[in-house]
Design a protein around this ligand. Structure first.
Ligand SMILES: [Zn+2]
Ligand SMILES: [Zn+2]
Ligand SMILES: [Zn+2]
Length: 319
């Protein structure tokens, strides 16, 4: 697989040597070994119907291929999430100092580095996502199986699908926010492609990351965006309704059995995350829409808060 070399090359391009990575070569060797053994088994039996495979099970790869890939991809995603969180926290912590520096009307070296690190992290996520996808395709091809695809779906439910990490969405939004404010354009960033709001990031080899910014519940542009544990995006209030909780109780109060309205995964409300950078970006991109939604939701929020406190008071009084 030529991709192994390319992967190593791209990872080296990120400048740091010891980043957690997918051992493409090792995984490829496991698969090659498997192909050889399958062929020799076939020669011994000579049953004349090609390679004998069972799509549900491969005795050669079992215990090697998937556990190794799982271990590596978990390390990659864990590292990515921690780094992205640190970068954004650092940015928030330094924003107050920044106002001061802005007065001097000059770019701070640190900010340029911050944007660069952000780009590198997004590239890191994509390179590894592509690598995982390629190696799983290869697995399915030689085994005539769908196990590779099934692993990908499991990765989503285990929250180790890097392209569905809320930290990736935040980094992409942060990148636009920072770039626009540095360029001092004053214009709203362009988010609307053919009328549909989306956030995209151009990578190498014309690979494009594209994130849809429409809420699948109200079918409007996301307002007050949150991500559920599975990586699906909704307006905060829409997600509260889907989780049958009030805005006062919040998403974490939703029952563990509540499902994501898109992928039907359970247990995803607990790990819901507010997307603050995306919030800033959307608010700047469509200020009129934002204001309109804010006014409509304010009334509903007040209503829910009132009901909440009334029921609390009733419980307290033993009514
Ligand atoms: Zn195998
Ligand atoms: Zn919505
Ligand atoms: Zn989902």
């Amino acid at each position: 697989m030529k991709f192994c070399n390319k992967y190593e090359e791209m990872m080296q391009g990120l400048g740091q040597k010891k980043l957690p990575r997918i051992g493409c070569r090792k995984l490829k060797n496991i698969l090659e070994n498997c192909t050889k053994q399958l062929h020799s088994a076939h020669d011994d039996q000579d049953n004349g119907d090609g390679i004998s495979t069972n799509p549900q099970h491969c005795s050669v790869c079992e215990g090697t291929f998937f556990p190794l890939l799982l271990k590596e991809i978990s390390a990659v995603v864990g590292f990515f999430n921690r780094r992205a969180q640190r970068l954004l926290d650092h940015h928030l912590a330094s924003s107050c100092c920044k106002c001061f520096i802005w007065l001097g009307d000059r770019l701070v070296g640190n900010d340029v580095e911050l944007i660069k690190e952000c780009e590198n992290l997004i590239a890191y996520a994509s390179i590894n996502a592509i690598a995982m996808s390629r190696i799983l395709k290869k697995y399915d091809k030689i085994h005539y199986s769908k196990q590779g695809q099934a692993f990908k779906s499991r990765a989503v439910s285990m929250q180790i699908e890097i392209l569905q990490s809320p930290w990736l969405y935040e980094l992409m939004a942060f990148h636009v926010n920072e770039r626009e404010s540095k360029a001092n354009l004053g214009n709203a960033p362009v988010l609307f492609d053919y009328g549909k709001p989306s956030l995209s990031f151009e990578l190498f080899d014309s690979v494009k990351l594209n994130i849809e910014l429409t809420c699948s519940i109200c079918l409007e542009t996301l307002f007050d965006p949150i991500s559920l544990g599975c990586g699906h995006l909704f307006c905060y209030m829409c997600a509260c309704k889907a989780g049958s909780v009030s805005v006062v109780d919040g998403l974490k109060a939703a029952s563990r059995h509540k499902k994501c309205p898109v992928c039907r995964e359970v247990g995803v409300y607990e790990s819901a995350m507010n997307l603050e950078e995306l919030h800033i970006l959307l608010k700047r991109s469509c200020p009129e829409y934002w204001e309109e939604r804010r006014i409509t939701e304010k009334a509903e929020r007040l209503q829910q808060a009132k009901q909440h406190w009334q029921s609390q008071a009733a419980r307290f009084m033993g009514i």
